[in-house]
Write a protein that binds this ligand. Structure first.
Ligand code: FUB
Length: 605
């Protein structure tokens, strides 16, 4: 997908929604860095994870070698998690990394996919498994789960815990999965493709019903839905419903009548944050077509009787759920729309944005700057002489609120942090990272974060709350030693507090110039003990008029060495006289256990 920049720039510019109102709209297709196909969404832990296939550039067939993962908390800004599963995951597979689906059970994530079995030359269903929705995934059983030369698995777990795996083209099949999700009981059962169940197709004696492929089975309000690709080619999306998971099915009509430049379409349906979302693919990107597809999403509402309305493809997509917080670390590969850049695995973990050239840009939608950002930090690397990150709001050539200069770092994965001042970024806006410099590749970006100067709804008053810049900005409150640790809650680093001689000793930060008397502040910090199970709390020491008072921002909470615990709370802070010192710190109620601190924030509530 490289070098679509010029054309994408025009398309992007044409559909930019300028200004902060109304709620920001997504840009369809969701992913512009590569061609994606066969969307399979999964809602997990407050995010939508989107599993896709990957159509190779310039493909003339379904030449697909890997699957990819994206996620979003707001339906408009999507984070690229790369490719945690490929044909190489399955030693027995030779080709065709086609349409799959991920389900979450037993604290694990199971990814059912159709691939060619090298030994038989037939399509078979394999299962990848991971402890994380973003992988990495391994082959769960080392062989096909089922094989009958048919494709497109979908998995549904009923309320009673019984899971079903459905798949098929040209037929439709299911098995009852056992609770281990990697074996099944009973035989492979064929679902009768009757015209009452799946509609009537004319002109194709071997396929008398509309059912083609790509089933997506789920349950809503006691009704079972099978949304599928119908009547190749060109396909449309139709659906059937049933009173039970095995039928009898009744054809209900068309969900999406078009293919948008691709002769296939493929559906995935989820509810998220009170809304219903329909994922599909089309050929809408430049160079797009039947073998170079792209995934898109629309929000919809079921009719009162449970039927699905006809859904139209749009370039606007779904409205944003909430806003994006610029005062916590944001991955550079969290993107609403981009021109010219690509992504790759980062040596610091996760992905980074690379192949950045002059005039490339990344748009992040609905960024809530609140009372005002004061600085911007980016994690960057450059094997050449770098360039600049221009920060624009409302449009790629909209108001410039900051410019960060990036120098060469000696390598594309030799990371350093650069910080520059920001002014004029208040309220909620689309943010554009516009890249500038000489010719060729300029630099890579791993993540970015703003700091805020306060004001209602403003940002994190702490500097380097994520500890991604080591101990910068932090000091010890009393005795002890601070160091950077690779045991991280988010990102790749945290603060390690050792050598304390009293319970009140801890990691601290001076916030004297940042507080206003009478305001309420909220605090959050993630803490993990190095050993022991102390109770930790977040405090403010405020010295005014010669007197120091102590404000408990987050109540004492037991922490342990087995995982991270969030301390959070709010408190009103006031003083009389002249403020001469204010210190944010994390202490324990007793003892001197060593502990880690990460992702700390202090904000006006
Ligand atoms: O992506 C390859 C195949 O195209 C899928 O398995 C089908 O559903 C169709 O979208």
């Amino acid at each position: 997908m490289r070098r679509l920049a010029g054309l994408l720039l025009l398309i992007g510019a044409a559909i930019v929604v300028a200004g902060p109102t109304p709620p920001a709209r997504a840009d369809n297709p969701i992913v512009q860095t590569v061609y994606t196909a066969d969307p399979a969404p999964l809602v997990y832990d407050g995010r939508v994870y989107l599993y896709t296939g990957h159509d190779e550039d310039n493909s003339t067939y379904f030449t697909m070698k890997e699957w990819r993962v994206y996620s979003s908390a707001d339906m408009v800004n999507w984070t690229d998690h790369g490719s945690p599963m490929s044909l190489a995951t399955f030693s027995w597979a030779s080709a065709n990394a086609w349409a799959g689906q991920v389900v979450n059970r037993n604290g694990r994530f199971y990814w059912y996919v159709p691939v060619t079995n090298r030994a038989t030359g037939r399509m078979a269903i394999g299962v990848g498994v991971s402890n994380s929705p973003t992988g990495p995934f391994t082959d769960a059983i080392g062989r096909p789960l089922v094989e009958n030369n048919e494709i497109d698995p979908t998995v549904f777990i009923d309320d009673n815990g019984q899971a079903y795996l459905y798949w098929g083209n040209p037929n439709l099949w299911y098995v009852r999965l056992n609770t281990d999700m990697i074996s099944y009981s009973g035989g492979v059962t064929q679902i009768p493709l009757t015209t009452s169940g799946f509609g009537t197709r004319t002109g194709n004696a071997s396929r008398p019903t509309l059912y083609e492929e790509g089933p997506w089975v789920y349950k809503r309000n006691g009704l079972y839905y099978n949304v599928f690709a119908a009547k190749c080619c060109s396909e449309f999306i139709g659906y059937s419903t049933a009173p039970g998971p095995t039928g009898p099915w009744t054809y209900r009509g068309t969900v999406m009548p078009t293919q948008g430049g691709s002769f296939t379409n493929h559906a995935g349906v989820v509810d998220f944050n009170g809304g219903s979302y329909f994922f599909y693919h089309n050929g809408a990107l430049p160079g797009g077509g039947g073998y170079t597809r792209s995934v898109a999403v629309e929000k919809f509402s079921y009719n009162a009787d449970g039927t699905i309305p006809t859904i139209t493809m749009t370039s606007g997509g779904a409205p944003q759920v909430g806003t994006l917080d610029p005062y916590v670390r944001q991955e550079a590969e969290t993107i609403a729309w981009e021109t010219g850049v690509e992504t790759e695995p980062s040596s610091e973990g996760g992905m980074n944005v690379g192949w950045i050239e002059n005039n490339d840009s990344i748009k992040v939608k609905g960024v809530a700057f609140g009372g005002g950002a004061t600085s911007f930090t980016a994690r960057v690397a450059s094997a050449t002489s770098g360039g600049r990150i221009e920060l624009h709001v409302d449009g790629v050539n909209g108001p410039l609120v900051g410019t960060c200069t990036v120098a060469g770092t000696g390598g594309w994965q030799s990371w350093t942090s650069v910080t520059c001042p920001v002014s004029g970024a208040t309220g909620t806006h689309d943010l554009y990272l516009k890249f500038a410099g000489g010719s060729g590749n300029l630099f890579n970006v791993n993540w970015w974060q703003f700091t805020g100067g306060g004001g209602s709804g403003g940002g994190n008053l702490l500097v380097n709350g994520t500890a991604e810049s080591g101990t910068s900005g932090w000091s010890m409150f009393g005795s002890g030693t601070l160091s950077a640790s690779g045991t991280a809650h988010g990102g790749s680093q945290s603060l390690l507090v050792t050598g304390r001689t009293a319970a009140w000793n801890g990691a601290a930060q001076d916030v004297t110039g940042k507080l206003v008397s009478g305001r309420t502040y909220s605090a959050s910090a993630w803490v993990r003990s190095a050993s022991g199970t102390p109770s930790a709390k977040v405090m403010l020491a405020v010295t005014a008029g010669g007197t120091t008072s102590y404000v408990q921002l987050a109540p004492a909470t037991a922490v342990n060495a087995g995982g991270w615990t969030q301390l959070s709370g709010t408190a009103s802070v006031s003083w009389t006289g002249t403020l001469t010192g204010a210190t944010f710190y994390v202490e324990t109620t007793a003892g001197t256990d060593n502990f880690y601190l990460d992702d700390a924030s202090l904000q006006i509530s």
